[in-house]
Ligand binder design. Structure first.
Ligand SMILES: [Zn+2]
Length: 71
């Protein structure tokens, strides 16, 4: 899969913060989803579905662009 600098990713929280959706506290060292495009952090339950959607749409894009085409 190709990577872009704005790709959302899973991170380990370096500075305690809050989930941008439900305001759950994200403690330092905990798991979170990070979206560089808008600079937001999401807890596992809030970020998971969007992240999985991103992964599936990125995979679809490769198919449409023929990136995996052997010819
Ligand atoms: Zn949340």
């Amino acid at each position: 899969m190709r990577r872009y600098s704005n790709d959302p990713r899973t991170i380990t929280v370096k500075y305690s913060g809050e989930c941008a959706s439900c305001n759950a506290v994200l403690r330092k060292g905990s798991f979170a989803y990070y979206w560089p495009s808008d600079g937001k952090l999401y807890c596992k339950s809030c970020g998971e579905s969007d992240y999985l959607y991103f992964l599936s749409s990125a995979a679809d894009e490769e198919v449409y662009l023929g990136t995996g085409n052997p010819f």
